[in-house]
Design a protein around this ligand. Structure first.
Ligand SMILES: [Zn+2]
Length: 317
């Protein structure tokens, strides 16, 4: 009897010590932020449009509030010029009349803006965490709010930054809300090309569409290229099913996402990446990709899962 009691006590104790500790994140701030970014007043955050600049400012203020350090001078916003040539405009806004002459279309230069902040770690090796702040803007009078794509990844940066700000991570963590993903990852490209500390980057975690999935499934894509990153992704407690894949060009049954979002810019520079995202859904690139249509509890769990992954990478890399 006594032995049995002791045995049960030991089991209970071991279960307690193995039980995953409950992760606390600022859920209220997370949901409030995605709602603001996807609000009609930001007009779909189209590249170089007023709503996009408002989003940049909102993100910069948030980074400051959280207590992030600046990376580029003493500013959070990294402006970059982009010139649309007549030809480029043609490809962005294709016209029905193939004979239309575009040789006289004036070049236009606009200013984009990434928002970048960091937490200095104990070592100079850096993990860059990205989400894209832009979306499709207004088309045919309709606002494309882009709640999942990618207000979700952008607002997640805040929750992740706030979490690690209190933790003293080993790696330096750079948080980059990058611009102009929807027209060719211009912001991520500019950020990386102009990063004097590029050689310190050991990993890119990219989040693009992490708030909308009815089957509670999230993908961590990239292991086909970087199989060494698998172990830290296996040791995660979450109600979400974390799936691997969408990264093998030879798998004809599954779309290859290797070049589908900003992580491709890092991949091209041979910087390992993990891309977190969901399968395309009915609201993908539609005006119905709104705050109302995301899965709030899935989103919160997805962010918690990604935080665990980053924690695991921080200790194991
Ligand atoms: Zn996107």
């Amino acid at each position: 009897m006594k032995t049995k009691g002791l045995f049960i006590f030991a089991i209970t104790l071991s279960m307690l010590s193995c039980a995953p500790k409950k992760m606390e994140i600022n859920e209220e701030m997370l949901l409030e932020s995605i709602e603001i970014l996807a609000h009609d007043s930001l007009e779909g955050r189209g590249f170089s449009k007023p709503g996009n600049y408002k989003a940049q400012q909102f993100i910069a203020n948030k980074f400051e509030e959280i207590g992030l350090e600046t990376v580029i001078g003493n500013k959070f916003i990294q402006e970059f010029p982009y010139t649309f040539s007549g030809k480029r405009r043609h490809s962005m806004f294709p016209v029905k009349n193939a004979n239309e002459d575009f040789s006289n279309v004036q070049d236009t230069t606009v200013i984009g803006g990434n928002v970048v902040g960091k937490i200095s770690g104990k070592i100079k090796n850096t993990i860059v965490i990205t989400g894209h702040l832009d979306h499709l803007g207004i088309k045919n009078g309709k606002i494309y709010n882009g709640a999942d794509d990618d207000a979700s990844g952008t607002a997640a940066l805040f929750a992740i930054a706030e979490y690690f700000h209190k933790k003293n991570p080993k790696h330096t963590l750079v948080f980059a809300a990058v611009d102009a993903e929807e027209i060719g990852s211009l912001g991520a490209d500019y950020f990386l090309k102009n990063d004097p500390k590029k050689d310190n980057i050991v990993l890119n975690i990219n989040m693009d569409m992490i708030a909308h999935n009815d089957s509670l499934q999230l993908y961590a894509s990239g292991l086909y290229h970087y199989p060494q990153l698998k172990e830290p992704l296996e040791n995660i407690n979450s109600p979400i099913t974390l799936l691997f894949g969408h990264d093998d060009p030879n798998n004809k049954k599954q779309e290859d996402w290797t070049f589908s979002s900003d992580h491709r810019i890092f991949h091209k520079e041979k910087i390992p990446f993990i891309y977190f995202g969901v399968e395309d859904h009915k609201d993908y690139h539609k005006p119905t990709d709104t705050f109302k249509n995301i899965n709030q509890s899935f989103y919160i769990d997805a962010v918690k899962l990604i935080i665990q992954a980053i924690e695991n990478f921080d200790t194991s890399l």
